[in-house]
Structures are given as C-alpha cells and as structure tokens.
Design a protein around this ligand. Structure first.
Ligand SMILES: Cc1cc2nc3c(=O)[nH]c(=O)nc-3n(C[C@H](O)[C@H](O)[C@H](O)COP(=O)(O)OP(=O)(O)OC[C@H]3O[C@@H](n4cnc5c(N)ncnc54)[C@H](O)[C@@H]3O)c2cc1C
Length: 459
C-alpha cells in the first residue's frame, strides 16, 4: 500500500521520494515522462537537468555552496549523485548530466519502498501527495491546483526584478519616502559593518528608498537599456506581457519618456537635498523583514545578467550595487505559497496535498531539491510520529523555508527566489569583509544543532 504519492520526478520530486522512503514510508513516484514530455525535458530519466549542467558554487561560504553543504550533511540523494558525477568546473559543482540523472533514476528504482509509475497525473489524489511538477506543470493539473487555491494565486509566468544588497547602495545619493506620502529624508551613510542600520530600518519616514536621476543620467540610461543585450525567450515562451509586468526594455522601446511615466515616474517625490522633484526615480522596496535587501520596483527585465549589472550601476545610488538576484522573465508555474500554503507546505483546506520544488516559489535546481527534502521530512514526521521541525532561519535551508512560508503584509507581490544572504537574519556589528564567512559559520553551527535534534530516518 502506498503511504505517499509524489508527482514529478525532477529535482524536488526525486529528493522527496528518496527522503520519504528513507523515513520508512512506501512511496509511489509518478512521472509523466516518457508518455508525455514538457517542451524543455528531453530524456526519460528522473532528475533531468533541463538546461545548465551546473549546480552553481561549491564554495562553502557562497550561498549556493552553503546550501549544498547543508544538503550533503542531511543526506541528499541529488547532491550525492552530483558529487559522484562531478566534472571539472572550478569552484562550481557541475555534473555529467546523463550519468547524474541515471544515478538518481537507478537509486530510486532500486529502493525497496519506492514504486515508479510512468503516467501523467491530471487530478489530485485523496491520500497524502507531494506535487513537484515544476515550472512546466503539464495537463489539467495546473488548472486543478489553481481552483484549489481559489483562482488567482497561481502564476504561469514570472517577471522578477533585480534585488540589491542594502549595504551596497550609495545612501548619500538616495532618499527615503513614499510617493505622495510621508516626509522624505536623506539617509545617514552606513557605518562600516552595520548593514541593517544602513537600510535605515527605523527612520519611519517612508517605505521606499528613492534613487533620483537627472535628465542627462536618465537619457544615458535609456540609451543603454535600448542598446543592451537581451536574453531571447525559448520557443515555448512566447512573450505575453501584461501591462503591469512589462519588461523595462519593452517600455523603453515605446519611447524615451515611457519609463519616466511608468516605474521611474518622479511624481509625488521631492529630493530633500535639492528641494526639487527629480527628473526620474528608481524606487527600491525592502525585500525582506531584515531590510538587508531591496528590489528595484517594476524593473522586471530580459536584459542579460552582465548587462543588468553594467546598466543598473548607471543609476547613481546603485553605482556600486551588489546584485543578490538579477531580473528575469520566463515561463514558470508557481503558487503564492505564503498566502495559500501552511507551515508544512500543505493546502490549507486540503492538508493531504503538499507542494515542493519550483512550484513553491524557489528558483534553481538545488533550491528545488532543498524544498523537496524539507516537505518530505515534515510530512514524514507527521505520518510516522517522529519529531521534525523546520530548519532555523539562520541556515540556508531555513532561509528558503521562511521565504516560502512567511506571511507577507501590504501590496507585496510574491516572487521566486534563489538562495542569497539576504534571506538570513543579519549579524550586527560584523565587518562587511568578514560577514558572509561569519554568517556561514553561524549557519553551520545552527544546522548541526537542528539536525541532531530531529529524527526522520527509519531505524
Ligand atoms: C527552460 C528552462 C531552463 C532552466 N534552466 C535552469 C538552469 O540552468 N539552472 C537552474 O538552476 N534552474 C533552471 N531552470 C529552473 C528549473 O526548472 C528548476 O531549477 C528545477 O528543475 C525545478 O525542479 P522541480 O523539481 O520543481 O521541477 P522539474 O525538475 O522540472 O521536475 C518536474 C517533473 O514533473 C514532471 N511533470 C510535470 N507535469 C506532470 C504531470 N501532470 N504528471 C506527472 N509528471 C509531471 C516533469 O516531467 C518533470 O520531470 C530552468 C527551467 C526551465 C523551464
């Protein structure tokens, strides 16, 4: 008898199935390939990497490296197979993709508690299920999930704006203030090692940070956006832009003033240093509750990543910006998880249904794998009566988990994230050049303590 069905044998579903089986549960892993193939998948193997063969940095201090380190310690199937099929790629963990996927497929197929079924699922079963069908969820399942969510809380495209580290903003060239709103005020320059103070979290003079531009700066910026190299969509990603999430380069193409009447409009804002309304303004909104990261409001874009770095650094307050995430627009299916899912990634009105992977609003292979592991452990703990609590927010896994489950306030639009240090609580009083190292050390200590306190594996 099956205890849990896992739908989708990609990064999240493969990891989830393995973790459930290792916890002593019997698992049906249902994968539609090769009966049906998404436009991006090509092989019948489980654990298929749809594009790059890199699982990104393996440096234990880099965000992706720290997450892999945690996954390794927690017994991840995906990372074990990646380590086995590693190819030389400097500091990155890149893999020979067929060997990697074959290893995942074999280990799942040989597990005594896993049965692999090859068919497409178009409806949600009544018994416990983890849905991990990824960004290209096929068939009627997408609509069924949408109905369960109550209509408008599932997205089929993502249009995400870049995120910059608060401490990399030039606060001498920015001012805080909401449009038409409360009084604007210049910000104190950051003290060395005080990122959270640099973010001006308690100034109480408006939610937005405004990056003003004069006419010459604005025109140079528009020229650069028009000339910048863009990423072309895949064939199956025909551009269907909604007015509310139009890429900035499409707006710039419509005319030199379009952005100045759109996301860069200066109306309702006065620069306290000049007493005047700027010619144009880029607004930044806090991305996390720690206010250590800010997103560029309305700056979804298909500019290539190096172009984003070069062009957005032309904004005076962002001339030395560190980008925690670049903007992108692509076909994607994800749920507004913080508003619709519970603490165990379950549908609030139908708790037998859980979600994992990219569907929950994370980005990337290893992030999806981590969400597969976490949802499996949480479900296994309920079904087997063993103790499991989510990882602490100071760890990379915990940072991801909290991004997905933390309720948001106000007009926040939930968007996918990959791992970055902006997801973790800041470390006050630590110098910038040492901060990531210290945050990684804190994560390691807290992760080990958490891991030793939970019991998910079958004896
Ligand atoms: C074109 C493209 C390129 C990408 N490039 C990268 C990249 O370079 N690096 C990166 O980190 N991330 C990349 N991503 C994101 C990537 O998809 C995720 O990082 C990761 O694969 C998501 O893991 P997942 O387990 O959630 O979904 P997937 O790995 O996509 O797995 C989902 C599985 O569910 C199956 N499935 C779908 N619908 C059904 C159904 N109804 N019934 C049964 N089975 C079903 C699919 O066949 C698939 O095997 C890319 C995504 C796309 C679409």
């Amino acid at each position: 008898m099956t205890d849990v069905t896992v739908v989708g044998g990609g990064m999240a579903g493969s990891e989830a199935a393995w973790q459930l089986a290792e916890a002593g549960l019997s698992v049906s892993l249902v994968e539609m390939k090769p009966c049906a193939m998404s436009p991006a998948h090509q092989s019948p193997l489980l654990g298929e990497l749809v594009c790059s063969n890199s699982l990104r940095s393996d440096d234990p201090v880099a965000p992706a490296g720290l997450l892999k380190h945690e996954l390794r310690r927690a017994g991840s199937l995906v990372i074990a197979c990646a380590d086995q099929h590693r190819v030389p790629a400097g500091q990155a963990l890149a893999v020979e993709r067929f060997g990697f996927a074959r290893a995942i497929t074999q280990r799942l197929a040989l597990h005594p508690r896993i049965r692999i079924e090859r068919r497409r699922i178009d409806d949600l079963p009544d018994h416990p299920v983890i849905v991990a069908t990824g960004p290209l969820t096929e068939g009627a399942l997408g609509q069924v999930i949408q109905q369960e969510l109550g209509g408008d809380r599932m997205y089929f495209y993502d249009a995400i704006a870049p995120i910059v580290a608060a401490e990399s903003i030039d606060w001498d060239r920015a001012f805080r203030g909401s449009r038409w709103g409360r009084e604007s005020a210049p910000l104190d320059p950051p003290e060395e090692g005080e990122g959270e103070r640099a973010a001006g979290g308690d100034t109480g003079v408006g939610d937005y940070v405004n990056c003003p531009m004069n006419k010459v700066e604005y025109e140079a910026f528009i020229d650069a956006v028009n000339a910048g190299r863009k990423v072309l969509p895949h064939d199956f990603e025909e551009p269907r832009y909604f007015e509310s999430c139009m890429p900035i380069e499409v707006m710039a193409e419509r005319g030199p003033q379009t952005l100045r009447f759109g996301p860069m409009r200066p109306v309702g804002l006065r620069d306290p240093r000049t007493g005047h309304r700027p010619w144009a303004v880029v607004q930044l909104r806090p991305e996390n509750r720690y206010q250590t990261a800010y997103n560029l409001v309305g700056f979804q874009t298909r500019l290539a990543y190096p172009e984003q770095q070069r062009i957005f650094q032309m904004i005076p307050a962002l001339h030395r910006a560190e980008f925690l995430r670049f903007g992108s627009i692509h076909r994607n299916t994800y749920i507004d998880a913080p508003s619709r899912l519970g603490a165990h990634l379950e549908l609030r009105d139908r708790p037998n249904v859980r979600f994992a992977g990219l569907l929950t609003g994370v980005e990337g292979y290893i992030e999806s794998c981590a969400m597969g592991m976490m949802v499996a452990w949480l479900l296994a703990s309920e079904l087997t009566g063993r103790a499991a609590v989510p990882p602490p927010p100071t760890t990379m896994m915990g940072g991801l988990y909290h991004h997905v489950t933390q309720p948001r306030e106000g007009d926040y639009k939930y968007g996918p994230t990959n791992v970055n240090y902006g997801l973790l609580p800041p470390l006050p009083g630590v110098r910038k050049d040492n901060r990531k190292q210290r945050m990684a050390e804190r994560a390691n200590v807290d992760f080990d303590a958490w891991l030793s306190g939970i019991a998910v594996r079958a004896a």
